[in-house]
Write a new protein. Sequence first.
Length: 275
Amino acid sequence: MAETYDILILGAGPAGISAALTAKARGRTTAILSADPLNTPLAKAPRIENYPGVAAMNGRQLLAALLSSAIEQGVEIRTGRVTSAAALGGKFMVGQEQEIYEAKSLVLCLGSQQGTKPFPGEMEYLGKGVSWCATCDGMLYRGKRVAVLGLGSGAERDAAFLKSIGCDVTYLAAAQAKDVEIKGAETVTALRCDGEEHAVDGVFVLRDTVAADGLLPGLRMEEGHIAVGADMDTSIPGVYAAGDCTGRPYQIARAVGQGNVAALAADRYVKERET
Ligand SMILES: Cc1cc2nc3c(=O)[nH]c(=O)nc-3n(C[C@H](O)[C@H](O)[C@H](O)COP(=O)(O)OP(=O)(O)OC[C@H]3O[C@@H](n4cnc5c(N)ncnc54)[C@H](O)[C@@H]3O)c2cc1C
């Protein structure tokens, strides 16, 4: 296993980049784990005019500028979907694709939680036929029938991967699906999607993001967002959150400010445990 990071940041949007820069400035070991940082909702913004210090530009240009400031400061950015996190013996273990990372504190900067509401049956059968990660769990379904619910950017590529390792794959581009239910007994037996029923042994639900409380069980949510205090502290000691995942208004300046506050609080948390 790699080193234990002081502050591990999940999500490379404005909040995560701001948190990483502050963590670095405080001399903390840090890294950002994120899905493709240039494939986020902000990248589609046609024009940003209310972010101070930069001329009006589109979202992709602003993201590129933010990312290069992080890279310039030596922030490590590891690309891939994070699908699990857990508190273990005073530390945190975070699963990204097939890698596991260890950290003393976490800052969650996962973006708005829109589109993460689980389907009926999804949480019930998670780990019993439902998976959020093709590369992590694909081998368990070799020679079996699986459905891939494509809800995010890498889903088609993941379906091709599952096929390549010998799964019998039904791919459903499900972003517009209105009626989805995962059915089973002890484990998954079928998937219903817009009136059609598919007999399957497994269902890969592949979104770009994962509901924060599904990612980190025990995290308190409030009206679909992570509940935070004034220091961006969450219900789990050592875990902080910033940006759109903590609520409205969804704005870059707010995300950047909260990322800074969250990293300063994470720094204090780590320091208190050092002395
Ligand atoms: C079309 C559009 C126009 C906008 N225009 C403006 C504007 O003009 N001015 C303004 O202030 N705001 C604007 N916004 C809002 C702004 O984009 C957000 O407020 C801001 O991006 C929030 O930053 P964030 O870091 O909290 O989240 P995000 O920018 O959403 O970043 C979240 C990051 O986390 C990653 N992530 C999430 N889940 C996982 C996971 N499970 N594993 C790995 N990575 C994960 C994502 O891939 C992403 O990189 C606009 C938004 C949109 C969609």
